[in-house]
Ligand binder design. Structure first.
Ligand code: GLU
Ligand code: MG
Length: 462
């Protein structure tokens, strides 16, 4: 990266300043910079175009208390965060910025969190992911990732409330046609934003839709998820509709997942296909998957961290409630996808199914890299794949085969996450402490309330 002098004489990467000028030239008037916080909420600061160069040099301010801000906007505390004093500097990464709407001048960019000396903050999930990615690259492994976005689309019910924008049937043409104008504009906006949209379909439950985008390097993939959700929410609004990314809309029904697909390579050679191991995996690929399967129980609190997440994460909902892997098995937390005969080995990938939109995608991706790297370093053997629904296997046989249910509730999941040395070292003590504090607060705030009430309270938060 080439450094250049900014307007204040500060050292700013030349590509950031060039991007600022390019965005301004293209009609940008206001940049919505975003962070995803520990609650999974996307928070924003809007930077007017005239302040953009300055923001790339010294950032814009935000209280560090956002490390412990909760989904209901309550503020809790951890060992290191919670007081009213202090300031962070949020610096937009303009190389990832996108002009969302040339007519209104709205743009978007992810923000990195720094302290006032412009040193990276330990709670900056985006920089945590960059660091873990670099660590893996130094060990010779590169990752590509993509997050699938399931969401539920609502329309006004005519009485001041909201009802489903389609009534199904799941995956049907009927459901698509009910949402056609929204879909057309969304796909155009995603194309314009360079997201490389791969597929869209009406999903299983009323109002539910799904869209998937092209894989990218880990930080870019998490950025793409944030941008995808922005475009979905915004396009819905423009059509008088509303999109919810909450893990559960109707308790008991199938929920909204945010599945993380990833593949890995070493020296340009794919590790999940074209090898001599299980399902065409290479030996390294097997260790990577083994590391994830071994740690996915500890990761549940990170991947499905809301008071609603464990209402979704139950057997029979294709949300991957068991710690095991299987080929194309939608009930396994880790689903291995071999690709078709024409697309192997490049398209073979792993899908982490248990994640939902309350997770911070930067932290989820960092945990995937850390746990798979751990599997590789320890040369963990890959257990046998599971071909059936794990819930249909008798308990004794499950134990013998090493298949475990993910923690059944948020409290247990957070306990297990807190005790994980692997997550502690990957995410850092201060961040892990703040993350767990946020979700323990959420657990207490919603304790004893009927699931339906929790679903209603969290419907529009993510
Ligand atoms: N909606 C399901 C979930 O909660 C996933 C369905 C699918 O396999 O696409 O994760
Ligand atoms: Mg789906």
């Amino acid at each position: 990266m080439v450094a250049a002098m900014g307007d204040n004489g500060a050292n700013v990467a030349a590509d950031q300043l060039a991007s600022a000028d390019q965005l301004a030239g293209a009609g940008l008037r206001m940049l919505a910079g975003t962070i995803v916080d520990n609650a999974g909420v996307t928070r924003t600061k809007v930077i007017p175009v005239a302040r953009l160069r300055q923001a790339t040099e010294s950032g814009v301010g935000l209280s560090p208390v956002f490390a412990v801000m909760c989904a209901d906007d309550g503020i809790t505390e951890s060992a290191s965060y919670g007081g009213p004093a202090g300031d962070m500097r949020l610096v937009p990464d303009l190389t990832a910025a996108v002009l969302v709407d040339a007519a209104t001048g709205l743009g978007w960019a992810p923000l990195n969190q720094f302290d006032q000396e412009l040193r990276p903050m330990e709670i900056c999930s985006r920089q945590v992911l960059a660091r873990v990615t670099d660590f893996a690259a130094a060990a010779g492994i590169g990752y590509r990732m993509s997050f699938e976005t399931e969401f539920t689309l609502f329309r006004p019910d005519g009485q001041g409330g909201w009802t489903f924008a389609h009534e199904g049937p799941g995956y049907s043409l009927r459901a698509l046609i009910d949402a056609e104008a929204f879909v057309a504009e969304l796909l155009a906006a995603m194309e314009e934003a360079g997201l490389g949209t791969e597929l869209l379909h009406p999903e299983y439950t009323p109002g539910q839709m799904e869209v998937s985008v092209a894989p990218a390097a880990p930080v870019a993939a998490a950025d793409r998820l944030v941008l995808t959700r922005l475009l979905i929410a915004r396009t819905a609004r423009r059509h008088g509709l509303r999109a919810s990314f909450a893990p559960v809309i109707v308790p008991g029904d199938v929920g909204n997942g945010c599945h993380l697909h990833f593949s890995a390579e070493s020296d340009g050679v794919p590790l999940f296909g074209g090898g001599g191991g299980r399902c065409g995996m290479t030996a390294k690929g097997e260790h990577l998957v083994a590391g994830l399967v071994a740690a996915v129980g500890e990761m549940a609190g990170l991947l499905a961290p809301s008071a609603l997440s464990f209402t979704r994460l139950v057997p029979g909902h294709w949300s991957g409630a068991y710690a095991c892997w299987g080929v194309e098995n939608r009930e396994a937390a880790v689903r291995f996808i071999e690709g078709t005969v024409t697309s192997r080995p490049g398209s073979a990938n792993c899908e982490l199914k248990c994640m939902d939109h309350a997770a911070n995608p930067y932290l989820a991706a960092a945990a995937v890299i850390a746990t798979t790297q751990d599997g590789l370093q320890r040369a963990l053997p890959l257990p046998d794949p599971v071909g059936e629904a794990p819930d249909s296997i008798p308990e004794a046989e499950r134990q013998r085969r090493g298949i475990f249910r993910l923690p059944p509730d948020l409290g247990t999941a957070l306990d297990s996450m807190e005790k994980s040395p692997l997550l502690r070292s990957a995410l850092g003590e201060g961040l892990l402490g703040a993350f767990v504090a946020v979700h323990r607060y959420e657990l207490a705030a919603f304790a004893g309330r009927p699931e339906q009430e929790v679903a209603a309270a969290l419907r529009w938060r993510y």
